[in-house]
Design a protein around this ligand. Structure first.
Ligand SMILES: Nc1ncnc2c1ncn2[C@@H]1O[C@H](COP(=O)(O)OP(=O)(O)O)[C@@H](O)[C@H]1O
Ligand SMILES: [Mg+2]
Length: 263
């Protein structure tokens, strides 16, 4: 049995798209036939549940970290995609996990049969002592100078701790005022993992609690997410087995929400 492929989705800056990428990539992996777990490890602002419409968890990642719940006991299923989610709890004070707690969580994760574990994180760099040195990282940036400078800083921190990382450019508009991909590539001094367009389908999906990839698989944002998922499936050596689209289910659910109000 091989260990799950752990991908930490990170950035130095907030609001660049960590949760958006985590949620949509996890759904794409799941719909492509990979057994996938999405963990909301943004202990400051947990928002995976908001994107997926599974908010309000009493038991979630914090309960597993402090040993109050097993991993299986805290995981919820996102039915439209078949994705397993370890949600964050909405608590008045953020929980800062200790290294021992993170190790306890990952010991449990490495005993599971998940193919992929996607970890959404708070902005910033978390030293090994705090977050552990598990898997590899996606660093997210937008094509703006301030965001790219922060991304390079995070890349340097990861290099120091020998955590493998790749850069993803999000909210790309292809406008003259943006940094060019080549310039970003040079600043980062590495290859670009993916470029995701700025797309209205993302905020629409958040407001409907149906992530963009489920809402419309043909949109350019979704195609780019689909390609990213395929890239990881190939890298991990799994077979790509696309499942039937659930977008009809998603559309019916959206219609119901609009008709009968949100929960
Ligand atoms: N590719 C995109 N196109 C358009 N809006 C986006 C895109 N990615 C993220 N957003 C929007 O940017 C905001 C921040 O995204 P989020 O994923 O919450 O960032 P983070 O988790 O890094 O704080 C949200 O309002 C989200 O809808
Ligand atoms: Mg977030």
């Amino acid at each position: 049995m091989s260990k799950p492929y752990v991908i930490r989705v990170s950035s130095q800056k907030g609001g660049v798209g960590k949760t958006t990428v985590s949620v949509n990539l996890a759904i794409a992996l799941s719909l492509a036939g990979s057994k996938t777990l999405l963990i909301d490890a943004d202990f400051i602002n947990p928002s995976v549940g908001i994107h997926l419409g599974v908010e309000g968890a009493n038991v979630g990642v914090r309960a597993v970290l402090i040993g109050k719940s097993s991993l299986e006991g805290a995981v919820v299923r996102h039915n439209p995609s078949g994705l397993d989610v370890l949600p964050g709890e909405i608590v008045s004070r953020p929980h800062n996990p200790t290294a021992a707690q993170m190790q306890r969580l990952f010991r449990q994760i490495f005993k599971t049969t998940y193919n992929f574990v996607i970890v959404d994180t708070p902005p910033g760099f978390f030293p090994e002592e705090e977050f552990g040195n598990f898997g590899e990282a996606i660093i997210i940036t937008t094509p703006e100078m301030s965001s790219c400078v922060s991304a390079v800083r995070l890349a340097n921190d990861y290099d120091r701790t020998r955590l493998k990382h790749e850069l993803l450019i999000n909210k790309f508009r292809n406008k003259g005022y943006e940094l060019h991909v080549k310039e970003i590539e040079e600043m980062y001094d590495g290859t670009i993992l993916a470029i995701l367009p700025d797309s209205e389908i993302v905020p629409i999906g958040v407001s409907e609690r149906i992530p963009a990839y489920l809402m419309n698989r043909r949109a350019p944002f979704s195609s780019a997410i689909g390609e990213l998922a395929e890239k990881y499936i190939t890298k991990a050596g799994f077979e790509f087995q696309p499942k039937k689209s659930n977008s009809i289910f998603a559309r019916i659910a959206a219609a119901f929400r609009l008709l009968f109000g949100r929960n």
